[in-house]
Write a protein that binds this ligand. Structure first.
Ligand code: EPU
Length: 331
């Protein structure tokens, strides 16, 4: 029997723990909708695409549709299409800082490419597409003698994702350098938000409320010698290389640092390094990372993360808060 499908909800960014897709929403796309969606974009969408191929942790079930948009026009058309049909949208970024559950994601997963990854240099201000790969931006800015984004060294994400989660180190964040952000609102309207309306705090911002998609951002950087900037980037990169499991599939830090302490230190002191569930393991290098030893499932990762949280709570009385975004449905 053909059931009337109820479709609601808004999209979410891949770096946003609070707005996971509503579980009760049934969003399987019809053949007609797939064809209509494919007509809106130049790159053919991928349907039932396994998300483990698109996340740095290498876990995650199929997305109904993975759509790569190359222009603002394509982006607006796809968002309009989704809004009209109540299809949820999730902007993927680079798939870091993200755990996609084994049942996958209903609705449209968006990837920004082409002109949405462009960098325009203009004296000290640079305008950058929301889909720009952050390591690429860091090097390009350094080559032009523009300093200020070094705190994001080694963050394998997009500019949009990094802004949403205010990426950086424990002390310095990307949000401090931004002067304005252009978003596509939850109603699908293009809007530029000035600095005084933007709020950034540790691993958090108000951008998720302001926009569905980060289209571009303008950063105000300072001048320095390219060589000096590159040296700072290399120093930070070496530190990450020495202290984090950068050569393993992982999703970055699983938990935020609690006030006045470090999640990694607590998890380590709780004896969790090396603990395993299936192929998910607490990194032996840094205890706030879970690594995928090969064939981990999201359910292994999530069970391990909960075990980590419970152990720290039992030993130190501190409740760790998730930093990674958890999206999708159980299998
Ligand atoms: N520590 C341990 N054992 C561990 C890990 C860390 O004792 O297994 C101790 C370290 O010895 C150090 C302290 O904890 O004294 C802090 O460790 P670290 O310098 O690695 O910094 P962090 O607070 O764990 C933060 C960010 C990282 C960022 C680094 C770079 C958070 C949750 N993490 O890590 O960000 O790369 O600083 O300076 O804020 C991320 O957000 O995904 C992420 C990786």
């Amino acid at each position: 029997m053909q059931q009337e499908k109820v479709r609601r909800g808004r999209g979410c960014w891949a770096f946003e723990p609070s707005r996971t897709l509503p579980m009760e929403v049934e969003t399987e796309m019809t053949e007609q909708e797939r064809k209509a969606l494919a007509k809106l974009v130049t790159e053919p969408p991928k349907f039932n695409e396994p998300m483990r191929h698109h996340t740095t942790l290498r876990v995650g079930g199929p997305a109904d549709a993975l759509v790569t948009v190359h222009t603002l026009d394509e982006l607006q058309k796809v968002v309009q299409f989704a809004l009209e049909r109540g299809l949820p949208i999730l902007v993927l970024g680079e798939g870091s800082n993200l755990i996609v559950k084994d049942g996958g994601i209903r609705g449209i997963v968006l990837r920004l490419s082409g002109e949405l990854t462009r960098i325009n240099f203009d004296t000290q201000e640079i305008e950058v597409g929301g889909g720009t790969y952050l390591p690429h931006l860091l090097v390009k800015a350094a080559q032009r003698g523009l300093s200020g984004l070094e705190c994001c060294t080694g963050v394998p994400g997009t500019v949009g994702g990094a802004l949403i989660s205010n990426a950086g180190t424990a002390e310095e964040f990307i949000g401090g350098k931004v002067t304005r952000v252009t978003v596509l609102t939850h109603e699908g309207i293009l809007r530029t938000v000035e600095k005084d309306e933007l709020r950034f705090s540790y691993r958090s911002s108000n951008l998720k409320e302001l926009g569905l998609v980060i289209v571009s951002a303008v950063f105000n950087l300072s001048r320095d010698e390219p060589k000096a900037i590159m040296e700072r980037i290399h120093r930070r990169w070496r530190y990450r290389w020495e202290t984090q499991p950068v050569n393993m599939p992982c999703a970055g830090c699983i938990f935020k640092n609690p006030p006045g302490d470090r999640a990694g230190r607590l998890l380590d002191a709780a004896g969790l390094k090396g603990v395993r569930i299936g192929d998910a393991q607490v990194s032996t290098v840094h205890a706030n990372f879970i690594v995928n030893l090969g064939n981990a499932k999201a359910k292994d990762v999530l069970a391990l993360a909960e075990l980590m949280r419970e152990t720290v709570k039992a030993k130190f009385g501190i409740t760790l808060e998730y930093e990674v975004q958890i999206v999708g449905e159980d299998e």
